[in-house]
Design a protein around this ligand. Structure first.
Ligand SMILES: Cc1cc2nc3c(=O)[nH]c(=O)nc-3n(C[C@H](O)[C@H](O)[C@H](O)COP(=O)(O)O)c2cc1C
Length: 475
C-alpha cells in the first residue's frame, strides 16, 4: 500500500489517536491503518465485531454494575494464593466488583487468566503495561475502588509496604491509595514470628492498615503447624464488606438548614449595624450535622470562619438576604436558626457615604427586619418538622427563652447567657439550656440545662437530639 501523510490534523484528533493506540498497544500509525481498514470494509470485520462485542458487553456490565461496591484484590506470592480464587467468588457474593492484581511471585501459584475468568474482569500484573498505563492505570486501581484487599499478604509485600516501596504494580497501588486497606497475611509460622515481620506489621497497623489473621493450623509444609494460615475467604469477604460499607449514620438522608453569624445592616455604603456573634456555634452545628450524615446548607452572615467540609455554604450580609437564602434552601427536615439576626435595619440608608456636617448628627430611621425564625416556624406549608431557635440573653435567660418559644412558634429554643462576663460570645465554650414544648410540665415548657462544654460538644449533643426527634412520628 502507498504511504499516506495526513497534515493539519486537529490536536483533539491527534490526542484521541494516541490514546486509542496506547489502549490497543499499537503505534499511532498502526492504529490509523486499522481504522482505515475498518472504515473501508477491508480486512477488519472479524476484529471489528470483536471490538463491538467487547464494547457493548462492557456497556451492559457497566449498567448492571452501577451502585455496586468495588474491591481491588492484590494477590501476592504465597502458597495460599490458590484460596484467593475462592475469595474472588466470596467477594462477588457480597456484592463486590473485583479487579485482581497479581504480583510476579503470585503468578507462580495462580494465573491471571484464572483470576480474570472468576472475576469477569481483566487482571493486572505489570506496572509498565502500555495498555493500562497510558492514563496512569495504577492510580485508577488505587482509587477507583471502595477498598483494597491483599490476600495472601506475604512477609515480603508487607516489608515493602512498611518501607513505602513502589517498584511493582502492587506496591505502587498500595502507596498511591487513599482507600481502606485490608491485609490477610499468610506465611510460615517462623516467618510470622520473626521480629522483622512483627515490626513491619506493627508499623502498618499504626499507619492505618487493617489486618485479619493469620489463623492457627497446619501449614502446607509437611509437619509444620502454628500461626500463619491465611484467614478463610468467607471471613475476609465479610470483613471487606464491613470496611467498605460504613455504618449508617443518624442523619443519613436528612436535609438540615442552619443559619449562623451576625447580619450587617447598612447605614451607608461603608457603615453598618452589627452584633458580636462569631458564628462559631452555628458552624460547629453544621459540621456536626454533616458528620452525622445530613445534607447541610449553612446560611452564614459575615464571619471569618472557613466553610465546614461537605456543607453547602451561602454567605449573606443582611437579614433580608438571609431570609431569601433560607427560603431557597427549603425544604428541610430540621432548621436551626443560630444566627444573631439584627432586629432592625436603617430605613433611610444612604446611597453615598454620609458626611459629617456642622449642622448636627444624621438622623437614622430604624425599621423592623423580617423575623426569620417566626416566619418559618409559622409557615403552614413546607415548615420543617423541627424548627429550633437560639436565644442569646443577658438577663432573665430562662423566662425570656420560654416566652420566645411560645411567641415564635418554634419547637425548641437553645438559650445561652451572652453577658460579657460569660465569654460565650466569640469564645469556644458555651453553657446552654434546651427549652422545649413539654405537655407534662406545668406551663407546657420543659428545660434541660447542659453543663458548660465546648461549642463542638454542644453541637454534637444537639445533633444527637435532633436525630432522635426526627425519628419520632409527627405529632
Ligand atoms: C513454594 C513457595 C511458597 C511460598 N509461600 C509463601 C507464603 O505463604 N508466605 C510468604 O510470605 N512467602 C512465601 N513464599 C516466598 C515468596 O514467594 C517470596 O518472598 C516472594 O518474593 C514474594 O513476592 P511478592 O510479595 O511480591 O508476591 C513462598 C515461596 C515459595 C517458593
Amino acid at each position: 500500500m502507498a504511504s499516506l501523510t495526513i497534515r493539519k490534523l486537529d490536536d483533539a484528533i491527534k490526542a484521541e489517536l494516541r490514546l486509542r493506540a496506547a489502549q490497543h498497544g499499537r503505534s499511532v500509525e498502526d492504529e490509523v491503518r486499522t481504522i482505515l481498514r475498518a472504515a473501508t470494509g477491508g480486512d477488519m470485520p472479524a476484529d471489528n465485531t470483536k471490538y463491538r462485542i467487547a464494547a457493548s458487553s462492557q456497556g451492559a456490565v457497566a449498567a448492571q454494575d452501577s451502585g455496586k461496591l468495588r474491591a481491588t484484590l492484590i494477590i501476592s506470592g504465597g502458597i495460599a494464593a490458590y484460596k484467593s480464587l475462592d475469595l474472588i467468588r466470596r467477594l462477588k457474593d457480597n456484592g463486590f466488583i473485583v479487579r485482581c492484581v497479581l504480583t510476579h511471585a503470585a503468578q507462580q501459584f495462580v494465573t491471571p487468566l484464572a483470576a480474570s475468568a472468576l472475576s469477569n474482569q481483566r487482571s493486572y500484573t505489570d506496572l509498565f503495561d502500555p495498555a493500562s498505563e497510558f492514563d496512569a492505570g495504577h492510580i485508577r486501581l488505587a482509587r477507583d475502588c471502595d477498598l483494597i484487599v491483599v490476600a495472601p499478604a506475604t512477609a515480603d509485600l508487607m516489608a515493602k509496604m512498611a518501607q513505602g516501596h513502589a517498584d511493582d504494580l502492587a506496591t505502587a497501588i498500595l502507596l498511591a491509595t487513599d482507600r481502606p486497606v485490608l491485609l490477610a497475611p499468610a506465611m510460615n509460622p517462623l516467618m510470622w514470628a520473626n521480629p522483622a515481620t512483627r515490626r513491619n506489621v506493627a508499623r502498618l497497623i499504626r499507619d492505618g492498615v487493617r489486618t485479619l489473621g493469620p489463623n492457627t493450623g497446619s501449614m502446607a509444609e509437611a509437619g509444620e503447624a502454628g500461626v500463619g494460615r491465611m484467614a478463610e475467604p468467607l471471613e475476609i469477604a465479610a470483613r471487606a464488606l464491613e470496611m467498605a460499607r460504613p455504618p449508617a449514620r443518624p442523619l443519613d438522608g436528612r436535609r438540615i438548614l442552619i443559619t449562623a453569624g451576625p447580619t450587617h445592616e447598612p447605614i451607608d455604603p461603608v457603615r453598618y449595624i452589627a452584633n458580636r456573634s462569631s458564628g462559631k456555634q452555628g458552624f460547629a452545628i453544621a459540621a456536626a450535622a454533616r458528620a452525622a450524615g445530613a445534607e447541610v446548607t449553612l446560611v452564614a452572615g459575615p464571619v471569618g470562619l472557613p466553610d465546614p467540609a461537605g456543607v453547602t455554604v451561602r454567605r449573606v450580609e443582611s437579614a433580608r438576604d438571609m431570609l431569601a437564602e433560607v427560603d431557597a434552601a427549603l425544604p428541610a427536615d430540621a432548621a436551626i436558626f443560630a444566627a444573631a439576626v439584627a432586629d432592625w435595619r436603617v430605613a433611610n440608608a444612604g446611597e453615598q457615604k454620609i458626611k459629617k456636617t456642622a449642622s448636627g448628627f444624621p438622623h437614622l430611621d430604624l425599621v423592623e427586619n423580617p423575623d426569620i425564625l417566626s416566619t418559618i416556624a409559622h409557615r403552614a406549608e413546607g415548615r420543617p418538622k423541627l424548627v429550633i431557635g437560639f436565644a442569646a440573653e443577658t438577663e432573665h435567660l430562662l423566662a425570656n427563652a420560654r416566652a420566645k418559644l411560645v411567641r415564635k412558634g418554634c419547637d425548641w429554643i437553645v438559650a445561652n447567657d451572652v453577658s460579657p462576663a460569660t465569654g460565650i460570645m466569640g469564645g469556644d465554650r458555651n453553657t446552654v439550656h434546651l427549652v422545649s414544648r413539654d405537655d407534662g410540665a406545668p406551663d407546657g415548657v420543659g428545660v434541660d440545662s447542659w453543663p458548660a462544654m465546648g461549642k463542638d460538644e454542644v453541637a454534637a449533643h444537639l445533633v444527637e437530639r435532633i436525630a432522635a426527634a426526627l425519628k419520632e412520628p409527627a405529632a
